[in-house]
Design a protein around this ligand. Structure first.
Ligand code: SF4
Length: 374
């Protein structure tokens, strides 16, 4: 297939004139494009741009990323969420160095063997960086395509994604050079700028005369997405346990939700428990210590992809004795000024300003912070 296909030509012409000036469009470096695609999953372009620049300044090559420490990498990612993306990217960089001798694999089969590289990332990166004609089917592409063709299939289903992939594979251009990558980006760009989820700008769309959804006035029917199950909400209590003007933090296990980030001790409420009771029980179970509350901080609400939390943070101190950290679980006693060195989950950042105020007030009241009493 070439760009002579009338709709492909129309799409690429529209892209040439209307594409945004984005930093990852100025390069064909496969590592840089890979980094941008990892960041752009589930994250807005405007959020990604500063992260992309900072990340590549610090890790300009796959080798430099492979040599970075987990903490350094997570810190640069902090705030973007979906931390498994960066952990996998980091692991993949290390595999590129150890298994592939520093050369990023350049076929769909080999590239997809790397951690975190699924069909979407493989298609996006290989088509944009290397011009391999593989269609990348993301939410933007599915929205444009189902509206254009009036496809009412459920986009949550893999069969719908596969259908769109196969149909696009038949039209993705293989020449002239660069056309496959432009096709991938053009489709995504049309979805991001014109065929938006709400109020698409059909008057500015190059396809409005042919589009089934537009010409039959049925845009609100596409794409069809079956309702998601109800997202559970958990009540959580955490303790900022202070001792001699420092407080205790511990590292989450590398695998799993928020893996490798730092956190405060605490956990989910059991049935019928108050936030204070949860805190006391969790501290006892997790650290073998008894605490007393110095000050509760305001409730934090936070949404993750599959659940929400209502978090009650408490500044507290040991009643007696000491903390007994869990075996094989790294921990630190840190000062408030060291807080920014460590990567924490986004929910914690919501109470950090209040925590910093608390310490500022404390130091203003106490001349001798080495003796922390209230
Ligand atoms: S005409 Fe409107 S609904 Fe159809 S593809 Fe273009 S922007 Fe989307």
């Amino acid at each position: 297939m070439t760009t002579k296909h009338p709709n492909v030509k129309k799409l690429l012409d529209w892209f040439q004139t209307n594409q945004r000036n984005l930093p990852w469009r100025k390069t064909k470096d496969i590592y840089h494009i890979w980094a941008s695609e990892v960041m752009l999953q589930q994250t807005q372009v405007t959020t990604v741009i500063p992260y992309y620049k900072r990340f590549l300044e610090r890790f300009p090559t796959v080798g430099r990323l492979a040599r970075g420490s987990e903490q350094e990498v997570l810190k640069l990612w902090e705030g973007m969420g979906y931390y498994s993306r960066i952990r996998n990217f980091h692991r993949a960089a290390r595999q590129v160095m150890t298994v592939y001798d520093g050369k990023i694999p350049d076929t769909p089969e080999t590239f997809q063997k790397l951690p975190g590289v699924g069909p979407y990332i493989a298609a996006a990166v290989l088509s944009i960086a290397l011009d391999i004609p593989l269609p990348a089917v993301d939410g933007n592409v599915m929205r444009v395509y189902t509206r254009f063709h009036g496809i009412a299939d459920d986009i949550r289903k893999n069969t719908t994604r596969d259908r769109i992939f196969n149909e696009l594979k038949g039209i993705i251009p293989t020449e002239p050079p660069g056309a496959a990558g432009d096709f991938t980006q053009a489709f995504m760009e049309l979805g991001a700028l014109i065929c938006t989820p709400q109020k698409p700008r059909c008057d500015a769309c190059p396809f409005h005369e042919q589009c089934i959804a537009f010409t039959t006035n049925t845009i609100d029917r596409y794409p069809f997405k079956s309702p998601a199950g109800k997202v559970p909400e958990y009540k959580v209590s955490i303790g900022i346990i202070i001792k001699e003007a420092k407080f205790y933090i511990q590292k989450r296990p590398s695998e799993g939700h928020l893996g490798g980030l730092w956190e405060f001790p605490g956990g989910k409420a059991a049935a019928g428990e108050s936030p204070e009771q949860t805190l006391f029980r969790e501290c006892k179970e997790e650290l073998g210590c008894e605490v007393e509350i110095l000050q509760p901080l305001p409730l934090v609400r936070h949404a993750y992809s599959h659940f929400k939390i209502q978090m009650s943070p408490f500044i507290c101190q040991l009643k007696h004795g000491d903390i007994h950290p869990q075996e094989n679980r790294p921990f630190r006693w840190i000062t408030i000024s060291e807080l920014d060195i460590y990567p924490f989950p986004g929910a914690n950042h919501k109470f950090f300003p209040r925590l910093k105020e608390y310490f500022t007030d404390f130091f203003a009241r106490n001349k001798n912070p080495g003796c922390f009493t209230v």
